[in-house]
Design a binder for this molecule. Structure first.
Ligand code: GRF
Length: 213
């Protein structure tokens, strides 16, 4: 399966996909990396791995639709079958999202449906929840919504800051994004009534209780 990765910046999740591909653990090939921002670190990561890159700068377009048409054209020209948003900081319209229904996924740094949007770690700390986490989900036109594929939960510690929590969550992001792509590539992920069913899903060994005593 050929995947396209859309980025806007650092590209650490992109790197986790590249590493999984290198280690034969992705079950898919990254065909193109597209950034809407020029000269970001993620573009260097892709180039270092020999993956084609394109910059499609939203500022060069008169509105969202022509920008998204350009994205779509580029993805189709590379034969892309699954699009992975990885820190892509533009909202996509229903037009684009519907063209890629169930072939467009995103990673978000919270346990959705809690904490959609930005500043998820600050908000989780303010709310006093005991777990943070991250979610890979199929994209729908509504922001940070759509059938959930994989989640990872991490305990929130009493001395956490948004940065320490973000680091702990990011390590999990780097595990679950390649996992989600692999399960999709293996044909094990099906959307039924707007939720995801996974064939032969592994069952984690233990519950998490925080604090433990
Ligand atoms: C990640 O936290 C991801 O969950 C969010 O944006 C951030 C991107 O980081 N959507 P990176 O560019 O992959 O390092």
């Amino acid at each position: 399966m050929k995947i396209g990765v859309l980025i806007s910046g650092r590209g650490s999740n992109l790197q986790s996909l590249i590493d999984a591909q290198t280690n034969g653990l992705l079950g898919a090939e990254i065909g193109i990396v597209i950034s809407n921002v020029p000269e970001v670190q993620g573009l260097d990561r892709a180039a270092a791995a020999g993956i084609p890159t394109t910059v499609i700068n939203h500022k060069d377009f008169d509105g969202r639709e022509p920008f998204e048409d350009a994205l779509d054209e580029e993805l189709v020209s590379y034969g892309i079958e699954l699009v992975c948003l990885a820190g892509f900081m533009r909202l996509l319209t229903g037009g684009f999202v519907n063209r890629w229904t169930d072939r467009l996924i995103n990673i978000h740094p919270s346990l959705l449906p809690s904490f959609k949007g930005l500043h998820t770690h600050e908000r989780a700390l303010e709310a006093g929840v005991r777990f943070g986490g991250c979610t890979v989900h199929f994209v729908r036109a509504e922001m940070d919504a759509g059938p959930i594929i994989v989640q990872a939960a991490v305990p929130i510690l009493s001395d956490d800051t948004p940065d320490t929590l973000a680091d702990r969550v990011l390590s999990e992001e780097h595990k679950i994004y390649p996992l989600a792509v692999k399960m999709i590539a293996e044909g094990r992920v099906e959307v039924v009534d707007n939720t995801v069913k996974i064939k032969d899903a592994g069952i984690p060994g233990a519950s998490l209780i925080n604090p433990s005593a």
